[in-house]
Design a binder for this molecule. Structure first.
Ligand code: ATP
Ligand code: MG
Length: 268
């Protein structure tokens, strides 16, 4: 299999046709699953150190088309992680109050504090994706928003928040199969929404909007990962690895203990 890059080169124009959603590199299902399990043990330790040290925060942004696997990524990758330090925010259609502010207002309030991991299930990128496809904002306004997003993400990374952005790249055929599965299985009916079929009609427009967002907001301080996501096991291993590698690079350590702990005697 020809090697496929995960992070597009900075300031290059992304063409999603160059990224195969079926790509699985050198992995097979079993190897990928075993590796995820091993890395999760490391992730548990790293997350505890992040929490104990309280110096850094990690923000994970997940974007995808419907049925792209955002929910199941969260479930799989963070299995066994202490829920105390991990917060998930799912961004829906903005409320009236949210619309009364700038588009980053609701986002900024949900950014993780130091010591925490924050996961965004959809994010500020919706404001240059769905809004653009539905013509709620002009192309020109989108260009301004890319600049605001880059400046906002710079602010976060300058102040101790590490950012990892994942676009879960599935094919249109894969989406059809996953929708069909939701229709066929009563326990998955709740996941199906007729409205998702309307969005599917705009697939090509979404791909264009994604390609622009992935091109314009791919910085060295907050890179986009284009994750081949037709195979869930490959998606999970790619994302878990990126998180573990980022956390390994943070210089995490347990804080210095109080002095003379070895002399402490606990009375009966
Ligand atoms: P599920 O897997 O449960 O369907 P979901 O993320 O698709 O999860 P929904 O409640 O179905 O959740 O959809 C949320 C909707 O909110 C999406 O259609 C998304 O495009 C829309 N949305 C999110 N942010 C914005 C925004 N800033 N402006 C307009 N629409 C938005
Ligand atoms: Mg939905």
């Amino acid at each position: 299999m020809k090697k496929q890059r995960l992070i597009p080169p900075a300031s290059s124009k992304v063409n999603l046709a160059d990224y195969d959603p079926d790509y699985t590199g050198d992995y097979d299902k079993q190897t990928a699953r075993d590796e995820v399990r091993q890395m999760q043990e490391r992730l548990q330790v790293l997350q505890e150190m992040l929490y104990a040290q309280g110096k850094h925060a990690l923000l994970i942004v997940l974007q995808a088309m419907d049925a792209g696997g955002k929910d199941s990524t969260i479930k799989k990758v963070f299995e066994g992680i202490n829920p105390q330090g991990v917060f998930v925010t799912s961004f829906k259609v903005p409320t009236d109050e949210e619309l009364g502010h700038d588009f980053l207002w609701r986002i900024h309030r949900s950014v993780p504090r130091k010591g925490h991991i924050g996961i965004f299930n959809r994010s500020h990128y919706e404001d240059v994706l769905v809004t653009r496809v539905n013509k709620l904002v002009s192309k020109q306004e989108c260009v301004r928003r890319y600049q605001h997003i880059n400046a906002f993400e710079r602010l976060l990374t300058d102040t101790g928040t590490h950012i990892l952005k994942f676009y879960l790249h599935i094919s249109k055929d894969e989406q059809k199969e996953r929708f069909q599965d939701r229709l066929d299985r009563p326990d998955k009916h709740w996941k199906f929404s007729i409205g998702d079929l309307e969005v599917r009609k705009d697939w090509d427009c979404y791909m264009e909007a994604y390609a622009d967002a992935l091109s314009e907001c791919n910085t060295d301080y907050a890179p986009w990962h284009i994750v081949p996501a037709n195979r869930k096991w490959y998606r999970d291993v790619v994302i878990t690895r990126a998180i573990v590698e980022t956390m390994e690079g943070m210089g995490l350590a347990y804080p210095e203990p109080e002095k003379d702990l070895d002399k402490v005697k606990i009375k009966d």
